[in-house]
Design a protein around this ligand. Structure first.
Ligand SMILES: NC(=O)C1=CN([C@@H]2O[C@H](COP(=O)(O)OP(=O)(O)OC[C@H]3O[C@@H](n4cnc5c(N)ncnc54)[C@H](OP(=O)(O)O)[C@@H]3O)[C@@H](O)[C@H]2O)C=CC1
Ligand SMILES: CC(=O)N[C@@H](CCC(=O)OP(=O)(O)O)C(=O)O
Length: 345
């Protein structure tokens, strides 16, 4: 069994990692850390885990983490991983970081939206953990920067079409909606029940930090600078993300070609499900699973392509994708531990 540790196991993403890794056939979860809950059994922090998870949270110690693990997930707020990850790598650990600290190839882009980077060369050498696109390099990576939830929902439908040159790289629009767990477990005014229930709003319009992350990958794939117009929204549900994308197909491209391109790009990939014609995805269909469902509507008269993706922000948008990356890094089946059967309703 491969020994695994989670730094920041009591956040929403970290707790989801615990849930998934506890059902993983090839790993033993050895260390889980939290500052506030150090010394507290995990099943007291999350009573749903009673009788299932028998681990106790610990204060983070580099020495203990390195002694008792082979692979480490960092599920911490941005900025903290860039201090910890280089020290883990120096001790030969393989790391999957769920923050934005190791997502960018161009560190200047990161610094423009976040803060100065203290490990720029390690960041440039890290691999962007979108397994369906970068699987070949993920298997060799020491450090994987796990994508943000919004970028995952935007990139999976668009990358194959841009790669194949079927859509224009100008005029791309992403209209995305997230459940409130996307904001994390730390108390904040914007996440209070009264602030979010029976309400639906756009936020950070024109200035969300996931925009440069999407732009970087879309530009690398297209071979030209690409900027997507991205508007995030908060919806009153705990988990789930639905993204509607608008793109302009190139002259003479047909709906059948679009569908065929996506189907063949994702053929044999377990987690991207292309909806049959006439069906559109729903967050309820992917809840608790690592699936990304993609629906396609081709408006031939308007020359407009509409793509709709649904993910669970905590699974394919965070912890599930991180485990998928770990599986590829360790040479396991990419779906090991990720075979949760969806709820039918
Ligand atoms: N929520 C989501 O849908 C997604 C989250 N992510 C990313 O995953 C990471 C974790 O997010 P999320 O779980 O939502 O966040 P939470 O706020 O829910 O959890 C953060 C975790 O980090 C610990 N922590 C917080 N501050 C510090 C600190 N200064 N030093 C050490 N540990 C700290 C917390 O425990 P304690 O305070 O007890 O130490 C907690 O375990 C973030 O980088 C986020 O961007 C990525 C995709 C989706
Ligand atoms: C609803 C909500 O607040 N969502 C978060 C995105 C969470 C996430 O995946 O982003 P990072 O990993 O880059 O933090 C936000 O908009 O900031």
């Amino acid at each position: 069994m491969v020994k695994v540790g989670i730094v920041g196991a009591t956040g929403y993403a970290g707790a989801e990692l615990v849930r998934i890794l506890f059902g993983h056939p090839k790993v033993a979860l050895s260390v889980i850390t939290s500052r506030q809950y150090a010394g507290v059994p995990f099943d007291q922090v999350f009573p749903a885990m009673k009788g299932v998870v028998d681990l106790t949270c610990e204060e983070f110690s580099m020495e203990e983490m390195c002694r008792r693990t082979d692979v480490v997930f960092t599920a911490l707020p941005h900025k903290i991983p860039m201090e910890i990850v280089p020290r883990l790598v120096a001790r030969d650990k393989r790391v999957i970081d769920l923050s934005a600290d190791f997502r960018f190839r161009d560190v200047k882009r990161y610094e423009a939206f976040y803060q100065p980077h203290t490990a720029p060369s390690l960041s440039a050498a890290a691999v962007y953990g979108l397994p369906e696109v970068y699987g070949d390099v993920i298997s060799q990576a020491r450090v994987v920067g796990n994508p943000g939830c919004y970028p995952t929902s935007v990139l999976l439908p668009l990358v194959p079409l841009l790669k194949a040159g079927l859509i224009r790289s100008e005029g791309l629009v992403a209209d995305a909606k997230s459940g409130v767990s996307g904001a994390g477990r730390s108390p904040s005014l914007g996440s209070l029940y009264c602030e979010v229930t029976e309400s639906f709003k756009a936020y950070k319009v024109g200035g969300h930090r996931h925009n440069p992350e999407m732009d970087e990958v879309l530009s690398l794939v297209a071979g030209d600078p690409v900027h997507i117009t991205f508007v995030p929204h908060l919806v009153p549900m705990s988990r789930g993300m639905l993204t509607t994308l608008y793109a302009v197909p190139k002259e003479s491209v047909t709906g059948e070609e679009i569908l065929e391109c996506l189907k063949s790009f994702y053929a044999g990939r377990p987690f991207v499900r292309i909806c049959p014609e006439g069906q559109v995805p729903s967050t309820g269909h992917v809840r608790g699973t690592n699936y990304c469902d993609v629906g396609i509507v081709f408006d031939a008269d308007q020359r407009r392509l509409i793509l709709i993706s649904a993910i669970d922000n905590l699974v394919k948008g965070a912890a599930g994708q991180a485990v998928q990356n770990m599986n590829m890094m360790l040479g396991f089946d990419e779906s090991a531990g990720l075979n949760a059967v969806p709820y039918p309703i």
